[in-house]
Write a protein that binds this ligand. Structure first.
Ligand SMILES: [Cu+2]
Length: 431
C-alpha cells in the first residue's frame, strides 16, 4: 500500500516537472541547460515504476545525451547554494553579516534600555536555479531568494545595515512594520531614498506589531525589483509579559477578559516566541516545528507572466523523489517532501510575494488548519480551513496537528491549479 503511494507521488512530481520542462519558454538571459532533455526519460522511468534516477550511466539517457553527467542527477537541482529545505527552518535573530555562523546572537545587544538586533543585508546580483536546468538571473539580499528570514521580539530595535553591492541597480529595503520615523520607510521619497550601487545606509525599525511580516525593495519599477527576488520574511515574536499587561491588543475579541483567557493568551504568546522560549511545548505536544514558506514565481521569458511557480523559489522542491517513507532519500536528491513529526505541532509562516498574478493560495490535503491573518492576533482569525488565499504581501501563520493522521504523504499546493502544475506542488511526509 504505502510503497505504491510513494511511487505514484514520485511519478506525479516527475510528470509535472517533465511537462513544465518541455514547454518552458526562456529569454536569452536565462540559462537553460541541456539537462532538461533528460527529464522525459526520468518521467517515463518513474511512471513505469523503474525509477533509479541516480543509477547507471547518470540517468538512463547517457548514451543519447552524454552531457547529462556534467549537471548532476537528471531531474535534480545542480546547485546547492540555496537549499529550500534549509531555508524552511532558518531564522536569523541578529548577526553582523556572517549569517550568524559564529554566534547566532552576536548582533544582539542592549542600548538605552532596549534590545537591539542588528543585521547586515547586502544587495547582490547572482543566479539561482528555479527548475532543474533553468538558471534565472536574480537580484537578492545576501545572495539568496528569499532573503534571510529575520526574527526579532516585539519592542526590539531592528538595526539593518544595508549595503548595495549590486552591479547596476539602485535598491532599498522597505519593511512591513509599524514605523514611527518616515526616514526609515525605505522608499524613493523618504530618508536616503534609493541607494545606488556602492552606497549604504543603516535602517532602524521598531519591532511592532507582533506577527509574520516581510521586507522588500521599493525601487521603481517595483514589479521588476520584487519579481527579481528582493524580498524576505520578517517575524516579530510576541512578548508574553506585554500580552499579560494588555491582552486586548492581541485579540479581535470584545467579550469578557477572564483570567483563564489571559492565561491562555500568555501561553499562546510563549508558544509563538521562539526567541525567549525555544523549547516551549504546548500541552499535548512534544514541540512546535516552525517553517517559513514564501510563495513566489519567475518570469523566465520576461513577458510579464510567470513560467515557474514555487514555494521558496525552486519548483517542485518539496515534491517526491525516491524517499522510502521513513525520511531517507537518495544521496544528492534535491527534491523531497517536508518531513513532519506527527507528535509536533506544525506552524507555518506563510508569505505571498508572487508578482504578475493577483492572488496566490495554500491548500492542504486531508488536513485543516487554524489561520492567524498577518500573525497579529493570538486567537485564530479563521478556524478549521484547508485553503487560504493571499494577495501580494499578505501573510499569515497557520498551525496543523497531524497527531491523528496515518504516516505517509499528504499533498499541499496552490489551489490555482495552473500554479500547482507549474511548480507549486508539494508534499508533507508524516512520520
Ligand atoms: Cu531593488
Amino acid at each position: 500500500m504505502t510503497s505504491m503511494g510513494y511511487g505514484a507521488a514520485q511519478s506525479l512530481t516527475a510528470q509535472l516537472e517533465q511537462d513544465l520542462a518541455s514547454t518552458i519558454d526562456v529569454a536569452p538571459s536565462v540559462s537553460r541547460r541541456a539537462v532538461l532533455g533528460g527529464l522525459s526519460i526520468l518521467g517515463g522511468a518513474a511512471l513505469t515504476g523503474v525509477g533509479g534516477a541516480q543509477s547507471g550511466d547518470g540517468g538512463g539517457g547517457g548514451h543519447d545525451h552524454p552531457d547529462h553527467g556534467n549537471f548532476g542527477a537528471v531531474g535534480e537541482y545542480d546547485s546547492d547554494e540555496f537549499d529550500p529545505h534549509e531555508f524552511l527552518t532558518e531564522f536569523n535573530t541578529g548577526d553582523n553579516g556572517d549569517g550568524g555562523d559564529a554566534d547566532p546572537n552576536e548582533g544582539v545587544y542592549q542600548e538605552n534600555g532596549r534590545t537591539v538586533r542588528e543585521f547586515t543585508l547586502t544587495a547582490v546580483d547572482t543566479e539561482i536555479e528555479v527548475l532543474p536546468g533553468v538558471t534565472f538571473p536574480v537580484w537578492t539580499y545576501n545572495g539568496q531568494v528569499p532573503g534571510p528570514t529575520l526574527r526579532v521580539e516585539e519592542g526590539d530595535l531592528v538595526r539593518v545595515n544595508f549595503v548595495n553591492g549590486a552591479e547596476e541597480h539602485a535598491h532599498t529595503i522597505h519593511p512591513h512594520l509599524k514605523n514611527l520615523d518616515p526616514d526609515m520607510d525605505g522608499t524613493p521619497t523618504n530618508g536616503p531614498g534609493v541607494l545606488n550601487p556602492g552606497e549604504s545606509f543603516t535602517y532602524e525599525w521598531q519591532a511592532e506589531p507582533m506577527g509574520t511580516h516581510l521586507y522588500h525593495c521599493h525601487t521603481m519599477p517595483l514589479k521588476a525589483h520584487v519579481h527579481r527576488g528582493l524580498y524576505g520574511a520578517l517575524i516579530v515574536d510576541p512578548k508574553p509579559e506585554r500580552v499579560r499587561e494588555n491582552p486586548r491588543d492581541y485579540v479581535n475579541y470584545h467579550g469578557p477578559m477572564t483570567d483563564e483567557l489571559v492565561s491562555e493568551l500568555v501561553d499562546r504568546a510563549r508558544s509563538r516566541n521562539m526567541i525567549s522560549h525555544p523549547d516551549y511545548a504546548p500541552e499535548g505536544f512534544t514541540g512546535v516545528n516552525e517553517m517559513v514558506m514564501v510563495m513566489n514565481g519567475f518570469d523566465t521569458n520576461f513577458d510579464g507572466d510567470n513560467e515557474v511557480y514555487a514555494v521558496n523559489t525552486r519548483g517542485f522542491c518539496y515534491g517526491v523523489g525516491s524517499t522510502d517513507g521513513r525520511g531517507n532519500w537518495a544521496a544528492g536528491e534535491t527534491k523531497r517532501p517536508i518531513q513532519v513529526d506527527k507528535n509536533e505541532l506544525q506552524r507555518v509562516h506563510l508569505v505571498n510575494m508572487i508578482e504578475f498574478d493577483a492572488i496566490n493560495s495554500f491548500h492542504t490535503h486531508s488536513q485543516f488548519f487554524d489561520y492567524y491573518d498577518a500573525g497579529t492576533t493570538l486567537l485564530p482569525t479563521r478556524s478549521n480551513i484547508d485553503t487560504v488565499m493571499q494577495c501580494q504581501a499578505q501573510r499569515g501563520v497557520f498551525e496543523m496537528d497531524y497527531s491523528d493522521h496515518d504516516p505517509g504523504l499528504y499533498m499541499f499546493h496552490a489551489h490555482q491549479s495552473e500554479f500547482a502544475e507549474l511548480g507549486w506542488m508539494s508534499f508533507f511526509e508524516v512520520v
